[in-house]
Design a protein around this ligand. Structure first.
Ligand code: HEM
Length: 169
């Protein structure tokens, strides 16, 4: 187990280095300048993302803590559970774009804590696709390739870090 945790540390280190190369400075600027729109529509984006996730993979409804009620999710005016957690983690990713060391370590550790939970790497793919879908819906004609590439790079990176801790690749 000790060997395992030290390899986790070196993996987290190399992931932090990857962060610098996988998201360019220009992409960071794009993310920062478009974040406000996401923030203003946080509830809508969080809801829509999870509605999409459950539409694409209905069996995920039973995997999250508590019972997922689609009607309740559709009508809620506030975020709760994993839709709230996900939007918060995106906010943390945006605010730590220039200083991501502790955030990356946190994500790897979060993935590690999910080892005992019913999270699989393939589910992260579904969440990734759903996020890109609801961002596109939010930005409409402003969802140009540069913007989509920038957010896509950030989400990929976040989910890679979680996957690293999860040990399910
Ligand atoms: C299919 C995907 C996922 C499943 C099935 C899942 C499942 C779970 C479960 C069962 C818990 C325990 C809740 C409790 O004890 O009350 C939990 C906690 C948590 N999950 Fe997830 N999760 C998923 C994805 C994610 C993602 C993508 C994130 C972040 C980006 C995330 C962040 C958290 C956080 C922050 C907690 C609180 C406890 C902690 O920090 O360890 N989860 N999750």
């Amino acid at each position: 187990m000790m060997g395992c945790s030290s390899s986790m540390h070196s993996t987290a280190n190399s992931l932090r280095a990857d962060f610098q190369t996988s998201i360019s400075d220009k992409q960071k600027l794009i993310i920062k300048s478009t974040w406000n729109t996401v923030e203003e529509n946080r509830t809508k984006v969080g809801k829509q993302t999870f509605l999409r996730v459950f539409e694409v993979m209905p069996e995920l409804k039973t995997k999250f803590p508590g019972k997922v009620d689609i009607e309740q999710l559709k009508s809620t005016r506030t975020l709760y559970g994993h839709n709230k957690i996900l939007m918060k983690s995106i906010e943390n990713a945006v605010t730590s774009l220039d200083d991501n060391e502790s955030f990356v370590t946190y994500l790897v550790e979060l993935g590690r804590r999910h080892q005992v939970r019913p999270l699989k790497a393939q589910y992260l793919e579904v969440i990734y696709e759903a996020l890109m879908f609801s961002f596109e819906d939010l930005f409409q004609e402003q969802w140009i390739k540069e913007t989509s590439d920038a957010w896509g790079a950030l989400f990929r990176f976040m989910f890679e870090a979680i996957k690293t801790g999860l040990h399910d690749t």
